[in-house]
Design a protein around this ligand. Structure first.
Ligand SMILES: *Cc1c(COP(=O)(O)O)cnc(C)c1O
Ligand code: SF4
Length: 337
């Protein structure tokens, strides 16, 4: 057993079986507060987790600072009363996905790239996520050996990159991913596989040997886009997962969401970029928040967002400055700001 040096009762499991670690995630808001010596804040929790269950792996909890109610990792996971506020302009389908989703879990909005909603599950429930309004099932594009999704992709030769997204596509068993690579074998026009995943950061044990063998053997170019919002999300287990992914031949990028009270200052953004690069990851996108009902308290104004990026541009090499973008329904790409 490992015990946090702070003395908090944070005792990560002795197992490295990611499925078991997934099951052992904290799902009770009061327990999370107790683990962090913040039990006195339990009276400020919204009833019924404000309609979106708390879920956070214990290894991620261990990276939170005990006793700090403003901890940037805690604030991404803990239900807040502010989520119950109805704010005009904040809706349940903020990026128009319901309109463009096809039955088999394929989103094809941008030229050359098809995005598969591979799975609806995540190891962590991020409070700012649009997913809070879509408790969709476990297997979307992955259903029926990926048949319908691959069928769609096989008929459109303009697609050269397949993006696995979700939810978190690495919530799927490696055997499911093997089914996908078998299905892709005949599709010569697909030259790249991209995986959008938060698991290497929130449950790095997922990046285990069988998965890395699968990734390494894929006869495609591989891109893994992580999702981390704060430098504190990294520790040696995350570094090891990133190193494994790179050794398996993947290019590593990161997307972040600009979040009020979490990373909306130049120091935090500079530290994040530096920490990403130390793990072998390049910053890709910094997203303006999708205007999702229940997330208004996380929003940073466009003016402040632009000013922040101008500031970090003066403090970082150009390759460590993420592109500030917003997703706008109907646009042919993410919209640069
Ligand atoms: C964000 C997104 C992509 C990827 O866009 P990039 O700019 O290539 O990262 C692809 N398809 C859909 C539907 C998306 O929402
Ligand atoms: S991991 Fe990604 S998809 Fe899942 S809840 Fe967090 S932001 Fe949303």
């Amino acid at each position: 057993m490992i015990t946090a040096s702070s003395g908090a009762r944070i005792t990560p499991s002795v197992t490295s079986d990611w499925r078991q670690l997934w099951r052992e995630a904290v799902t009770d808001s009061r327990e999370l507060l107790d683990l962090l010596a913040l039990g006195h804040l339990a009276g400020r929790l919204p009833a019924d987790d404000a309609g979106f269950a708390l879920r956070v792996p214990r290894g991620f909890v261990a990276r939170m600072r005990p006793g700090d109610a403003r901890d940037p990792l805690l604030l991404q996971a803990l239900p807040q009363l502010a989520e119950l506020e109805q704010t005009p302009g904040f809706v349940t389908d903020a990026v128009g996905d319901l309109a463009s989703r096809e039955a088999q879990g394929v989103l094809h909005k941008y030229q050359g790239r098809a995005l598969l909603i591979a799975s609806g599950s995540c190891a962590i429930n991020c409070r700012y996520c649009f997913r809070r309004h879509f408790p969709y099932g476990d297997e979307m594009a992955a259903a029926n050996q990926w048949q319908e999704a691959l069928e769609h992709v096989s008929h459109d030769k303009s697609i050269n990159e397949l993006i696995l997204s979700g939810g978190d596509p690495l919530s799927l068993a490696t055997s499911k991913l093997e089914e996908l690579s078998r299905g892709l074998a005949g599709l010569r026009h697909i030259t790249r596989l991209r995986i959008h995943t938060r698991l290497p950061v929130v449950l790095p044990e997922r990046i285990d040997a069988p998965f890395l063998e699968w990734l390494h053997a894929l006869p495609l170019q591989k891109v893994v886009v992580l999702h981390a919002n704060h430098a504190n999300e990294f520790d040696s287990t995350v570094d090891a997962a990133c190193a494994g992914l790179r050794e398996a031949g993947a290019t590593l990028l990161n997307q972040s969401v600009l979040l009020r009270g979490i990373n909306d200052n130049a120091d935090a953004l500079v530290a994040l970029s530096e920490r990403l690069f130390a793990a072998g990851v390049l910053p890709y996108y910094l997203h303006q928040l999708d205007r999702v009902q229940g997330a208004a308290h996380f929003e940073v104004t466009d003016e402040q967002a632009q000013a922040l990026v101008e500031t970090i541009r003066t403090r970082l090499p150009g390759y460590l400055v993420p592109k500030l973008v917003r997703e706008v329904e109907g646009d042919p790409s993410k919209r640069p700001m």
